[in-house]
Design a protein around this ligand. Structure first.
Ligand SMILES: Cc1cc2nc3c(=O)[nH]c(=O)nc-3n(C[C@H](O)[C@H](O)[C@H](O)COP(=O)(O)OP(=O)(O)OC[C@H]3O[C@@H](n4cnc5c(N)ncnc54)[C@H](O)[C@@H]3O)c2cc1C
Length: 141
């Protein structure tokens, strides 16, 4: 993936691994040095991605700094977006309701869409009591 960083343009290597599959070899890694080495081995030595390996200039291969890597392993989860507390409707939105792995790049989009839908439902029902029935509308919206 092309990226613009504080150090200029860079290319991000991005791997999605099936749990316990052949590419699932990063989970024990705790340091940037170990991460960089693991990535180098995965791409250049084990040759899972020959086309990518062919595009790498060895002299410029490496992390830009010790924080320039990210590992995630999140199981997506969807919660009901509302709860009634003392007859008050409490709404949720964003990651607290629908959490997806950041690597999918959808959390903000989903949160924005949900915020718009909540707004529309509340405006449409502005004369109603904002009770469980409205919560259910939001939950199915
Ligand atoms: C590395 C990475 C890359 C991502 N890339 C993408 C992408 O490309 N596209 C995309 O759509 N999404 C992406 N996401 C996901 C996206 O960032 C989240 O889905 C989105 O920010 C969720 O918004 P939110 O408002 O629910 O939560 P947040 O943005 O996490 O906001 C929650 C806020 O609540 C505050 N807070 C927490 N606890 C308390 C407390 N007790 N009291 C007061 N404040 C509190 C936090 O400090 C924070 O400011 C990415 C996420 C990560 C981590």
């Amino acid at each position: 993936m092309p990226a613009v960083t504080d150090s200029g343009r860079a290319t991000i290597l991005f791997i999605e691994a099936v749990p316990d599959g052949i590419l699932d070899t990063f989970k024990e890694i705790k340091t940037s040095e170990a991460f960089e080495e693991r990535m180098r081995i995965t791409v250049e030595v084990e040759e899972y991605f020959p086309e990518i390996a062919a595009r790498i200039t060895p002299a410029s291969f490496g992390l830009l700094d010790e924080q320039a890597y990210l590992q995630t392993a999140i199981t997506s989860i969807i919660h009901r977006p509302y709860v009634m507390e003392n007859h008050t409707l409490i709404l949720g939105c964003g990651d607290s309701v629908f959490l997806t792995d950041p690597i999918t790049g959808h959390g903000c989009n989903t949160a924005s869409y949900a915020a718009e839908q909540i707004y529309e439902t509340l405006v449409t029902n502005k004369e109603a009591a904002w009770d469980e029935a409205v919560g259910q509308l939001i939950g199915t919206g």
